[in-house]
Ligand binder design. Structure first.
Ligand SMILES: C[S@@+](CC[C@H](N)C(=O)[O-])C[C@H]1O[C@@H](n2cnc3c(N)ncnc32)[C@H](O)[C@@H]1O
Length: 787
């Protein structure tokens, strides 16, 4: 990209930089003409699309080498290593397609199944043998291994059938005898059937979802364009919207760890694409739904064996057939066009590949309906092309030309390379930029294939204050979901199960009111300046939400200093904060708003009066940086900043030590001294004190002093309860840490904390709270034991 950008003449760069959606066409055509005659451009797109040079193509030799290593590990009894090598081999191994009995992919699945069997992973073993059989149905060893695993799982009926087929297909007499002995043992053991070989994401498909009862209406607003309004009164925690993405892509850093279709963490028996070496899937179902199994779109049949009964022939067909996935294949499969021996989907940025998926899906849909199509009509979604930096515009133009080049192989006639199509793709990229959502999963949320239902529980029992970690796994565009506007004080919460977005009201929303979610920043998390900057940088709009247009206590306190008078709790602000708060008043949409402060009626904030703050802000002379808004004393902010930087250094050291689990007593006393410094300098409700308290709590946890950890954790929560709504999810997360420490101390008040966590999580995740946070159940059980 940098190379190509550097070759574009300045005049053309300027034309593109100054282009608007209305005159894009000529800029796009000029760049296309320029690239047509530019050898380095042809070399780059040639590299991206030449099947001979594709990094993602199957590699027989690499597969063989990995298989040999797997066999060596297996022979030495190193089964987990053997699994790793067989998995690696499966990724590179090409399918034969002709010699079905001995297909190398089928052999690798059976080898991996044998390692799983040795490790006691029986369900994985059955799944891998089934995969082998769907490729090579006459593979006697696969039936035998499947039969043994089924017997160990207690599924004797299937086991006997598997072994009966195996014995018929086995050619050697010795082999037949071994199977016979095995079958007799199993028949002896035969008892009630149990165990399930259901794929875990089939459980997910059956998940009983609550319906969305709220009727949504899209309406135009003066300040934010279109937005979503509730047609009826909506109760707190109600599900208001649920949607699958129009198009979606996994993020690069998750490619090796998460399923490329459903984004859940990969199980040990992950399956690769059958045609290229890039994507990995958690199950056959995801593999099929993504379009990564097209080689096997017709079920294979077993050559005629006159002596196989009708029952066994039907059983074989049930086991090896992929037809039970047929219903999933009605829609376009998103990986199909990326799998033609080219490697551009591996190299280009995720959002460009996502644009490719949008284009292809649209074309496929139009093909089915035989409608003539117009790329401009893919979506009627907003975009920010005009506001883009000239450099970003140039990049969008270059990527659009490259993407269209790459798609030429499959969709040439439908996606001609012209100024018109390039302009349309440029706008599509700007739409994706504004409207796409990051798919975020909770780290502990492992719906598919999790052996331990509570992977983090041991951490909690060690009373570590581990955060609930969120992982961005994908980027997706939702057609309706894109119409929800942003608010820094949202009244809905969006979360993801697999790739489906769920949107839930987090408070009562009266009919006719707007539903607004947070695109990232929120009141309580950052002040108005930081929120506005983030939204402008990322989405090119100036936020007009109530949090950014009405005074609220959180924005005033979050970065405030303490008054020089020890008993005064008035707010002292920095220049930046004053500037933004004054702007709010200038564009004030209503009365200054009170938020949370009433909770502190008996505490430091009892004398706090937002109307007075509003008055002082309006009167510039009375509101200067460093002045106390309560008593007008003056604070030296320069000196305060110097003090803070000393405390911040300790904060960083402590964070590093927390991460490496290396806490010394000196570091702990430095931490306590830093908290003292921060408390003398900052307002008691400054967010940085809360963060420091939290870090120190974590450090005490690691050092084994749970009582100190508990005290600091509580102090952190006290501050956050003023900055956020006390029922905000951020408080829920902190309470979860508090509860885990209380539990470890055998403190019965853990029950109260957990009850609050449950109430908050239910508000944000409704009936999905337990699914998304499986450890909640365990905490509840542990609390029960305390009583
Ligand atoms: C994902 S779209 C939401 C739907 C959009 N309003 C529409 O008409 O298509 C995001 C765009 O909506 C507008 N928007 C959303 N929230 C806003 C807010 N709080 N203040 C101002 N504009 C907002 C901005 O133009 C932003 O780029």
């Amino acid at each position: 990209m940098e190379k190509l950008k550097g070759l574009v003449p300045e005049a053309l760069k300027q034309q593109i930089g100054e282009s608007t959606p209305n005159n894009l066409f000529s800029a796009a055509s000029s760049l296309l003409d320029f690239f047509h005659n530019l050898p380095p451009f042809h070399q780059i797109v040639g590299d991206l699309t030449d099947p001979e040079r594709a990094l993602c193509k199957k590699n027989k030799q690499a597969a063989l080498e990995a298989k040999i290593k797997g066999n060596e590990c297996f022979a030495k009894g190193e089964y987990p290593n053997a699994v790793q090598f067989y998995s690696q081999a499966l990724r590179s191994a090409p399918m034969h397609g002709d010699d079905m009995a001995m297909d190398p992919v089928a052999t690798l699945y059976v080898n991996r199944a044998s390692a799983f069997y040795k490790m006691g992973l029986l369900v994985e073993c059955v799944r891998d043998t089934t995969r082998a059989l769907s490729i090579s149905p006459e593979y006697a060893k696969a039936w035998f291994r499947r039969g043994k695993a089924n017997a160990s799982l207690g599924d004797y009926e299937d086991s006997v059938r598997d072994l009966s087929i195996s014995i018929k297909l086995e050619k050697s007499m010795g082999g037949k005898r071994q199977i016979q002995i095995e079958m007799e043992t199993i028949l002896d053991q035969s008892k009630e059937m149990s165990g399930s070989q259901q794929q875990s994401n089939e459980r997910y498909l059956d998940m009983n979802d609550e319906p969305c009862e709220t009727k949504l209406q899209c309406v135009s607003t003066e300040t934010k364009g279109r937005g979503m309004v509730s047609q009826t009164d909506t109760l707190e925690a109600s599900l208001i919207h649920k949607e699958d993405p129009y198009a979606v892509i996994i993020l690069k850093h998750c490619r090796e760890t998460h399923c490329h279709f459903c984004f859940c963490e990969l199980p040990v028996d992950a399956v690769p694409c059958l045609s290229c070496s890039i994507p990995l899937y958690c199950s056959d179902l995801c593999q099929v739904k993504a379009g990564a199994r097209k080689v096997l779109n017709a079920p294979r049949s077993v050559a005629v064996h006159a002596d196989l009964s009708d029952d066994l022939l039907k059983y074989i067909s049930d086991v090896v057939s992929v037809s039970n996935f047929d219903s999933c294949l009605k829609d376009y499969t998103e990986h199909s066009h990326e799998c033609n021996g080219v490697h551009w989907p591996l190299i280009l940025p995720a959002e460009i590949v996502l644009a490719g998926r949008v284009l292809v899906k649209y074309i496929e849909q139009q093909r089915r309906t035989s409608l003539t199509y117009n790329l401009q009509r893919i979506w009627d979604l907003s975009h920010n092309y005009s506001q883009l930096h000239p450099e970003s515009k140039l990049e969008s133009h270059i990527y659009s030309i490259i993407l269209l080049h790459c798609l030429q192989h499959s969709y040439g006639s439908e996606l001609p390379l012209s100024g018109k199509t390039i302009s349309q793709v440029v706008i599509l990229l700007a739409q994706i930029r504004i409207n796409s959502m990051s798919i975020v999963h909770m780290k502990s949320f492992d719906l598919i294939g999790s052996k331990n239902p509570c992977p983090e529980f041991s951490v909690y029992m060690d009373a570590s204050t581990t955060d609930i970690e969120q992982v961005k796994v994908g980027q997706a565009v939702y057609s309706v979901g894109s119409l929800f506007n942003h608010s820094c004080q949202p009244n809905i919460n969006a979360y993801f199960i697999s790739r489906t977005v769920y949107i839930r009201a987090t408070e009562f929303v009266a009919a006719g009111s707007h539903f607004e979610l947070s695109y990232g920043p929120q009141v309580g998390q950052s002040d108005c300046k930081d929120r506005q900057q983030l939204l402008e940088d990322r989405y090119s709009f100036r936020c007009q939400c109530r949090g950014c247009s009405q005074l609220n206590l959180s924005d005033l306190l979050l970065n405030a200093y303490r008054c020089v008078k020890p008993d005064c709790f008035g707010i002292v602000m920095d220049n930046d904060v004053i500037k933004y708060e004054k702007q709010k008043l200038r564009s004030c949409l209503g009365a200054p708003m009170m938020h949370s402060s009433h909770l502190n009626q008996g505490g430091e904030l009892k004398s706090f009066n937002l109307t007075k703050v509003a008055f002082m802000l309006e009167n510039f002379h009375q509101c200067q940086p460093g002045y106390c808004l309560n008593c007008n004393s003056v604070k030296d902010l320069e000196a305060s900043r110097a003090t803070i930087s000393i405390a911040e250094l300790c904060f960083q050291r402590l964070q590093g030590a927390d991460a490496s689990n290396n806490i010394s007593p000196d570091l702990l006393s430095d931490g306590l001294r830093s908290i003292d410094l921060l408390r003398k300098t900052f307002h008691p409700y400054n967010k940085r004190i809360a963060k420091m308290e939290d870090t120190v709590a974590q450090a005490f946890c690691l050092a084994g002093d749970l009582q100190e950890a508990l005290d600091h954790c509580k102090k952190s929560i006290e501050i956050l309860e003023v900055l956020y709504d006390p029922n905000h999810i951020a408080i829920g997360n902190e309470l979860l840490k508090l509860a885990s420490i209380q539990l470890s101390l055998g403190d019965c008040t853990a029950a109260e904390s957990i009850a609050r966590v449950v109430a908050i999580f239910s508000r944000y995740y409704g009936s999905h709270a337990n699914l998304i946070f499986p450890h909640l159940q365990f905490l509840k059980k542990e609390v029960g034991r305390l009583h």
